[in-house]
Design a protein around this ligand. Structure first.
Ligand SMILES: *Cc1c(COP(=O)(O)O)cnc(C)c1O
Length: 409
């Protein structure tokens, strides 16, 4: 296994890109699906934005450094990674806030079209914030939440469903929905579709335009390497852009923010999703991460992602059969991650981290490893398997210190 990994690394066309990240050679970082690694160019870029653009050029940088267009510029760079046109994506706020804006916009669009539909359909076990945001709108009397298991989604698309809202790659299991098929099923039933691409963008094939998707959101700090708390992105299909209204009608989404008029008039296009002043430091960091992914290109990223996860799945099955893999065996329906169930998944994860093999734990019993294709090596995957075998045999994970839980697991 170790030798096979070395051969795969030697033949890997993306191997050189790891050098673009500030990653200790000794670390096997298998958690880029939670927090992407730090690109080498980010600290200098941040320093430049702070010292020169802010410190020296002060407020003129809104124009001279292009700060005011950063949300659109970032959106245009993210667009090809998700199969969208450059004017269909914008960087703004968090995933949660963008979900609120887009769920509301979808419900409003349905009512404008004379539909009394209020149901937002999703699946139980979806990422918590996605469900919580529906609940919030429900408590405002604007939405009605309905959950259906993944196998029952199509049959749950009744004539009261306004919006189908799903996470493309499941954060815990790594299962990937067939975006084109479900989008079509929703449209056939008169519903709109909102995809959460948090675990997809930058790692798996996404074709929003090809699938005919209406709306999408995605995360900036996972595979896009934007840094902790990086802004998220939002997508609105061109055909909906002039028709949507979103409730966070802040001045940055106004057609003419610097006219300072009393009445709100939405900006044309996807710009109307903006609310307040964009966080320039965060967005500048994110631009470096997105630029890196754009330079590598989505096709090679996708290919390496499936190579890494398939190598790991096979090696785990062979060497650690006692850990049940809950991710699909077929790479075509799996995201860039693998999840394994074990009663002591938390302790195993902590013991691995002590050995510089970094994955994460998802309650109650899942050990999750992610494969950020820009910097993960096959050798990292082989190390996961060999360290895990070693510590299961020695019982090292039973040490009391590995059972202590921090605020963030
Ligand atoms: C990471 C993630 C989020 C994060 O939401 P924030 O509001 O940006 O914290 C949302 N949805 C899914 C599916 C995620 O994986």
């Amino acid at each position: 296994m170790i030798e096979q990994a070395a051969n795969l690394d030697a033949a890997d066309p993306l191997a050189k890109w790891r050098g673009e990240f500030l990653l200790d050679d000794a670390i096997a970082y298998l958690d880029g699906n939670s927090l992407g690694a730090l690109p080498k160019a980010t600290p200098d870029r941040i320093a430049e934005v702070v010292r020169r653009e802010w410190g020296e050029d002060l407020i003129s940088s809104w124009n001279t450094a292009g700060w005011i267009n950063l949300p659109q510029r970032l959106g245009a760079k993210i667009a090809p990674l998700v199969g969208a046109k450059s004017d269909e994506v914008i960087a703004a706020d968090s995933v949660s806030v963008n979900l609120f804006k887009l769920i509301s916009a979808a419900l409003k669009l349905q009512s404008q079209n004379g539909q009394r539909r209020k149901v937002v359909l999703s699946e139980p076990g979806n990422f918590p914030t996605d469900l919580y945001m529906i609940e919030g709108l429900e408590s405002q009397g604007l939405a009605e939440q309905r959950l259906a298991d993944r196998g029952d989604i199509e049959s749950a698309l009744g004539d009261d469903v306004a919006l189908l809202m799903l996470t493309h790659v499941h954060y815990k299991s790594g299962e990937m929905f067939d975006m084109a098929r479900l989008t079509k099923a929703a449209h056939d039933a008169g519903a709109l579709v909102l995809w959460d691409l948090s675990h997809s963008a930058g790692a798996v094939p996404v074709d929003l335009n090809g699938a005919g998707a209406d709306f999408a959101v995605g995360c900036g700090y996972k595979y896009l390497n934007g840094g902790p708390g990086a802004p998220a992105f939002a997508y609105v299909a061109q055909r909906h852009q002039s028709g949507i209204e979103q409730p966070l009608s802040g001045w940055m989404g106004h057609a003419k923010p610097f006219d300072f008029t009393d009445e709100y008039a939405p900006a044309p296009g996807v710009d109307r999703l903006l609310c307040g002043t964009p966080p320039i430091l965060s967005m500048s960091a994110m631009e470096v991460g997105v630029d890196l992914m754009a330079s590598i290109g989505i096709a090679p990223l996708v290919e390496k992602s499936s190579g890494l996860s398939e190598f790991t799945r096979a090696a785990m099955a062979e060497h650690i059969p006692e850990l049940e893999c809950i991710s699909p065996a077929d790479p075509a329906v799996r995201g860039s991650q693998l999840s394994f169930r074990h009663e002591n998944a938390y302790e195993l994860c902590q013991a691995l981290i002590a050995r510089k093999v970094i994955g994460d734990f998802r309650a109650p019993d899942v050990l999750r490893v992610g494969f950020a294709p820009a910097y993960v090596r096959y050798a990292d995957c082989a190390r996961l398997v060999s360290e895990l075998r070693d510590m299961l045999d020695s019982g090292e994970w039973r040490k009391a210190e590995y059972a202590e839980r921090g605020a963030v697991t």
